[in-house]
Design a protein around this ligand. Structure first.
Ligand SMILES: Nc1nc2c(c(=O)[nH]1)N[C@H]1C(S)=C(S)[C@@H](COP(=O)(O)O)O[C@H]1N2
Ligand SMILES: [Mo]
Length: 256
């Protein structure tokens, strides 16, 4: 190709681009078109927020809505020896481990957890089995805990390892676990809850610490948390699907 031909082609492309830009300007400059675009954009944004913004808060209720009888479900009295020993000691020796892809692994006792930024919220728990119940949950916000540990850039999920074995016949794979991504981990209502309705968590409801991840179904709310592991992916853990129930066919993202 000759130099003059190249110059000519460049000129043509520039002219084409200029024509396109001016056409767009003309269309966008039309007040009716502009109003329409803006309307569509606002509607789209509104819909998007409602449908897809995972940072939106779950509904919170007045204390008067608290359920007098909140069922306990799944494991309600873990028999695992480590857990039994901790429970016998009033969880004085309990340490919540935060490790994996973090700069500073943590081992928090209950006093340390209670000293962290906390939140209290009255929310509705929806179990996939078809019941719902409302309670006040109080606990450490997960985001500041992660700040303290310092997530490494490769961290994409948090895996919650639990003390209880829900399916003893499955051996180590019968242990309960769950996982969430960082959007839910950093959500304002995501708590490491240590109180339910103003009293320390009972064993049936997950003592000493359970997860509240209010935008998702009940099985995501891991009880009896022993360890939070930051990972890049969870395919190597247990059945590989990110949770005890997920390994048995439930959805990983159980949004409500
Ligand atoms: N460690 C652990 N966490 C768990 C479960 C479990 O069996 N073990 N069950 C899940 C299910 S299906 C539900 S509905 C809730 C029940 O919480 P609750 O006992 O406080 O009602 O805990 C979830 N978290
Ligand atoms: Mo559930």
């Amino acid at each position: 190709m000759t130099a003059s031909r190249r110059t000519w082609l460049r000129g043509l492309a520039a002219a084409g681009a200029a024509a396109l830009v001016s056409a767009c300007d003309r269309i966008a400059g039309d007040p009716a078109v502009r109003a329409g675009l803006k309307g569509a954009e606002q509607l789209n944004q509104g819909l998007h927020r409602v449908l897809f913004d995972r940072r939106t808060l779950a509904r919170e209720y007045p204390d008067s809505a608290i359920s007098p009888d909140f069922p306990a479900n799944g494991s309600i009295s873990p028999g695992d020896p480590t857990y039994r020993a901790l429970a016998a000691g009033g969880f004085a020796d309990y340490r919540l481990i935060v490790d994996g892809l973090v700069e500073r692994p943590l081992a928090l006792d209950l006093a340390a957890l209670r000293a962290l930024p906390s939140r209290s919220q009255v929310t509705r728990h929806d179990c996939v089995e078809g019941w719902s119940a409302i309670a006040r949950w109080t606990g450490a916000r997960l985001a500041p805990v992660l700040d303290q540990a310092g997530l490494k850039p490769e961290a994409r999920f948090l895996v919650f390892h639990c003390f209880d074995t829900l399916d003893p016949e499955a051996g180590e794979d019968g242990r309960y676990y769950e996982s969430i991504d960082l959007v839910d981990a950093l959500h304002a209502q995501t708590l490491l809850a240590y109180e339910m309705n103003g009293t320390p968590l009972s064993i049936a409801h997950g003592a000493p610490v359970r997860l509240r991840v209010e935008r998702q179904l009940g099985y995501k709310h891991a009880k009896y948390i022993s360890r939070i592991e930051a990972v890049a992916d969870f395919s190597h853990i247990s059945g590989g699907k990110g949770g005890f129930w997920e390994d048995r066919g439930y959805e990983w993202y159980a949004g409500i």
